[in-house]
Ligand binder design. Structure first.
Ligand code: G1P
Length: 293
């Protein structure tokens, strides 16, 4: 049992093909699509950094190489911005860059499911607790979702923490669903989890959303490579096997969640984030008022 060890590493699974966004994602990874002016994946990295994460492990696939470029210096661009006196833009780029050596990439060679993607990071994570952030779930709030989860991790005996939200019953079969125990503050004890159950088999409406704090024991469970829902190796199934062996809580954060894995959620994220931005909010509001609905 490894509770309360600091969580220094984050795994970001980014191997998905993004077929829902074709043709935009033919040559551009879906994680690089912008929400206002920042790629979706960068929001997750910034959220993790705010929560104290120091090392980032991206689980990528073919066609995802520009994610590596994005988290590196762009010397020509930086030189040009400097030459033109665009200090604000230049500083913005430099501030957002993770420290040298803090970003690693490994490939999920076959699309075998989220559990398999996380398992692919096992050597880079090693024997310590780690966070998982699914960048499609864009979480906006202050403090960020991962920072709120770290707080729950420290006050609930470590173990496993997942972010969760109550969903309407007709939506539960899109998510991992929790069988809840006692609730204390924003944390509910997890007695069971089931991946994408039928509506009538769902133990509750409390659904997992894409933020996790996991213990390295999860890798032993993922090692079994057992297929679950949809014929994929599910992270949820391996988490279920940790129940009873360590504390396991679902945390309701007060962040807004936008599902950038589908078109309407992605558009909503752009509008919601735009409305929070002082530089564009007034013009965006005027534009929205002028739309004929
Ligand atoms: C994954 C997980 C699921 C979770 C969801 C959150 O599903 O398997 O348990 O509820 O993320 O976004 P996916 O959306 O990848 O099918």
């Amino acid at each position: 049992m490894t509770a309360h060890r600091p969580v220094r590493k984050a795994v970001l699974p980014v191997a998905g093909m993004g077929t829902r966004f074709l043709p935009a994602t033919k040559a551009v990874p879906k994680e690089m699509l912008p929400v206002v002016d920042k790629p979706v994946v960068q929001y997750a990295v910034e959220e993790a950094m705010e929560a104290g994460i120091e090392q980032f492990v991206f689980v990528t696939g073919r066609g995802k190489a520009i994610i590596e470029d994005h988290f590196d210096h762009a010397y020509e661009l930086e030189a040009l911005l400097k030459e033109r006196g665009k200090t604000l833009e230049l500083n913005g780029l430099l501030e957002d860059l993770p420290a040298s050596g803090s970003v690693s990439f490994t490939r999920q060679q076959s699309p075998l499911g989220l559990g398999h993607a996380v398992w692919c990071a096992r050597h880079l994570v090693g024997d310590e607790p780690f966070a998982v952030l699914l960048p499609d779930d864009l979480m906006i709030g202050k403090p960020g979702a991962m920072a709120q989860m770290m707080k729950a991790y420290n006050s609930n005996g470590g173990g496993v923490i997942v972010a969760a939200e109550e969903k309407p019953l007709e939506e539960v079969s899109r998510y991992g669903v929790i069988a809840p125990g006692a609730t204390k503050g924003n944390a509910t004890e997890v007695k069971g989890v089931i991946e994408k159950p039928k509506m009538e088999e769902a133990p509750s409406r409390l659904c997992i959303i894409g933020r996790y704090i996991l213990q390295p024991e999860i890798f032993h469970e993922l090692d079994r490579k057992e297929k679950g829902t949809g014929g994929e190796i599910q992270l949820t199934d391996s988490m279920a096997r940790l129940i009873g062996r360590m504390p396991f809580h679902a945390v309701r954060t007060d962040c807004a969640r936008y599902d950038c894995g589908n078109k309407v959620g992605y558009l909503e994220a752009n509008i919601a984030v735009g409305l929070e931005r002082p530089d564009i909010a007034p013009a965006l509001k005027d534009m929205l008022k002028g739309l004929r609905l």
